[in-house]
Design a protein around this ligand. Structure first.
Ligand SMILES: *Cc1c(COP(=O)(O)O)cnc(C)c1O
Length: 411
């Protein structure tokens, strides 16, 4: 393991050469407090009971497992089951993590929550959890993103959060991360930093995975109840990797179940405009952890691109890097256009409009079926709903593809 945990609290997670605790000296006590207190909270029946009750009464769990027979027929496979995280309150899985972390923060006596956000989805989920618990919330967001994601800024403000635009650097996600880290250094005594995916210094990647594993635990029991057997493969899209780790966690010990993560190749890896950390990243230290990171030849962070805001992240959780290195999970890439096509496919075959992020997982299915054959039963994590993406879809889709031309219905 990296030699950065020397005399402090031992690392909670062993992800081989990945992970670790790379933070400023001033933050080490807060990170070590989390590493000490998180396992205690998670093992405490009272904490569990409160968390489970919130998931049931507020988030809307358990979410459904929906058979998708018309999608399976269209793709030529035996069966596909969709784990419906799109039905969670706020429309995606992120809320599972946010309510858990804010609950932990309260237990630790913290009175203030901070977060950073790229497109705003994690900011909205954190602001939601803070409103639920009645805690003040500050969300750092690159000024570029504030301008591009006006709707999410309104949502956060409605929920009572303060959105602080960050104007340094390229005024995007990495600068927002720096803003949040600076705030945390200054206010660490009373402030908890809610990280939104299986990222960051130990114990965050492990903690966020455990807060999302409810997805996999539910889905495993549900698919056994539906089919009497485990699926042949579990498929999820990967930005930072939290919805994928949440569903993988319940199946990683089942050798017969293959695990597939799908990352965003955007406009194509040669274009440089992609978020394909697995395919094109290199090992580096970023956001408090050692993992794969998109970087230039001289080791500078390279900005990510994807049509889906939630996959537009230049790193990946260290456990994914570990699962790939060990061969337990496989990762493939899907581009912007394929994701747009997959949205239409699911909408038309099953009457479900998925998020653009989720559409990457769906667009990866033909390649996966190519490996597994037509007899396969697949479990796909439907990480979120597509309502937030309608503006992007409207701009990008050829109106003819929506069937609006030729009927006199277009101006
Ligand atoms: C944020 C988001 C993702 C990507 O985040 P992960 O941590 O990789 O899960 C995927 N799908 C949806 C709907 C999202 O909002």
């Amino acid at each position: 393991m990296p030699g950065n945990q020397n005399q402090g609290v031992p690392l909670l997670a062993d992800f081989g050469e990945f992970g670790g605790r790379y933070v400023a000296e001033t933050l080490m006590p807060a990170v070590e407090e989390l590493a000490r207190e998180w396992p205690r909270a998670w093992a405490d029946p009272e904490f569990q009971e409160t968390y489970r009750t919130i998931l049931r009464d507020y988030v809307g769990r358990p979410t459904a497992l929906t058979p998708a027979p018309r999608l399976a027929e269209a793709l030529g496979c035996r069966a596909i089951y969709l784990k419906r995280e799109d039905l969670c309150h706020t429309g995606a899985h992120k809320i599972n993590n946010c309510v858990g972390q804010v609950l932990l923060a309260k237990r630790l006596g913290k009175t203030r929550i901070i977060a950073e956000t790229g497109a705003g989805q994690h900011g909205v989920a954190t602001a939601t959890a803070c409103a639920y618990f009645g805690l003040p919330c500050v969300v750092y967001m690159g000024a570029e993103d504030v301008a591009r994601q006006a709707l999410n800024v309104v949502r956060m403000r409605l929920l009572g959060a303060e959105v602080r635009p960050v104007t340094s650097g390229s005024a995007t996600l990495k600068d927002a991360i720096n803003g949040a880290l600076r705030d945390w250094v200054a206010n660490v005594h009373d402030t908890h930093y809610v990280i939104g995916s299986v990222m960051g210094p130990d114990p965050y990647p492990l903690m966020v995975r455990e807060l999302q594993r409810v997805i996999g635990d539910e889905a495993r029991a549900q698919i056994l109840a539906h089919t009497g057997a485990l699926p042949d493969a579990v498929v999820a899209c990967v930005g930072g990797g939290s919805n994928a780790m949440g569903v993988f966690a319940a199946f990683v010990g089942d050798p017969s179940v293959r695990l597939y993560g799908v990352e965003a190749t955007g406009e194509g890896i040669p274009s440089g405009r992609h978020a394909a950390t697995m395919a094109a990243g290199a090992v580096g230290v970023y956001h408090g952890m050692r993992s794969l990171v998109l970087q230039t030849d001289d080791g500078q962070l390279q900005e990510a691109h994807s049509i889906s805001a939630g996959l537009d992240y230049p790193g990946i959780g260290p456990e994914h890097a570990f699962l790939r290195a060990s061969g337990r999970a496989r990762y493939l890439g899907v581009g912007d256009d394929e994701a747009l096509a997959a949205i239409q496919l699911l909408a038309r075959t099953e009457g479900i409009i998925p998020a653009l992020e989720t559409a990457h997982a769906l667009a990866g299915l033909p390649a996966i079926l190519g490996e597994l054959g037509a007899d396969a039963t697949l479990l796909v994590n439907l990480s979120g709903r597509g309502d937030k993406d309608m503006h992007t879809v409207m701009k990008r889709l050829d109106p003819a593809a929506l069937g609006l031309i030729g009927e006199g219905r277009l101006p």
